[in-house]
Design a protein around this ligand. Structure first.
Ligand SMILES: [Cu+2]
Length: 302
């Protein structure tokens, strides 16, 4: 039996090492055997070929040895797979929500964050869902990759004993800003985690709340804060600006005031800023307060 104190990531590593080890032994054996045959059966020593009709011992040997090698590979692979699909009962549940192009994490107490913060040494069950297209929850450091499929709930689990930050990628090409769909898993000491987890978000100022909402909605994958041109207009200096937009095929100039910004967020296809692709998704689950806070935040980027 696999020691149950190993997390699925460690089991995958051990299985991998086992298979690599066996492969190396086979490689070495084959090379040595080839060199031996090259020498022994060189035509200068054996000019006449010999006719051999079957060899029972040889046939049994080359059947039994591979079987003995392959069965443990299967065993380690299978038990590792089973461990990765069997969530411990005391696991802490978090939901990972994927959308173009950001991750969002919902905790049992209602806390929502754009990074996955977890306590050290505790099994974490991650339910994985998508709000739009296929994405994939990929954490190389934990040896985890699991798809986020629209319309169904997937899951994975991990336990990390080492405090630190680990990168979480999206590993399924999901559109223009796919490569921006990247965030962090922060493994904190249990005390630190409890401290963060039990603290409500009421301490945020209104613009701070707006920034958080922009992150959560994935806006910052396309709209920069510092004037950099990504695949959508930058937020820097946007408020109060005159912008040329395409509306029903016609170019018109709009004034980016509170009303226009709000309606552009709620109905992204209403008019499209000239020179940019019409790729912005309609925000989901955006409260009025968050919308107001977003505008307040954009206002600060003069
Ligand atoms: Cu994605």
């Amino acid at each position: 039996m696999y020691p149950i104190f190993l997390s699925p990531g460690d089991q995958i590593d051990q299985t991998f090492l086992f298979i690599i080890g066996v492969s190396l032994v086979i490689l070495l054996g084959l090379v040595l055997f080839t060199l031996f045959c090259l020498y022994k059966y060189h035509h200068s020593r054996n000019s006449q070929a010999e006719y051999i009709q079957g060899n029972l011992i040889l046939e049994i040997t080359w059947t039994v040895i591979p079987v003995l090698l392959v069965i443990p590979m299967f065993y380690f692979g299978w038990s590792g797979f089973k461990a990765s699909r069997t969530v411990p009962k005391d696991a802490f549940p978090v939901t990972a929500i994927a959308k173009q192009w950001a991750w969002r994490f919902e905790y049992p107490n209602g806390k929502v964050y754009n990074e996955l913060w977890v306590p050290q040494g505790k099994p974490i069950k991650v339910s994985i869902v998508s709000e739009d297209v296929l994405h994939s929850f990929y954490v190389p450091a934990f040896r985890i990759k699991r798809d986020a499929v629209p319309g169904m709930e997937n899951f994975t689990w991990f336990r990390q004993d080492k405090i630190g930050t680990y990168t979480l990628y999206c590993a399924e090409y999901c559109g223009l800003q796919h490569s921006e769909m990247i965030t962090q898993i922060a493994v904190l000491s249990p005390g630190e985690f409890e401290n963060w987890y039990s603290k409500a978000d009421t301490s945020l100022s209104i613009p701070e709340r707006g920034l958080k909402a922009l992150r959560m909605q994935g806006c910052l994958s396309c709209h920069s804060l510092d004037g950099t041109q990504l695949s959508a207009p930058t937020f820097k200096g946007l408020f109060g600006k005159e912008t040329i937009v395409i509306k029903d095929g016609m170019e018109i100039t709009v004034h980016e005031d509170i009303t226009h910004l709000k309606s552009s967020i709620l109905d992204p296809q209403m008019d499209i800023v000239k020179g940019f692709p019409p790729i912005m998704p309609t925000p989901k689950g955006l409260s009025n307060d968050d919308l107001d806070a977003m505008i307040e935040f954009i206002k600060t980027l003069r």
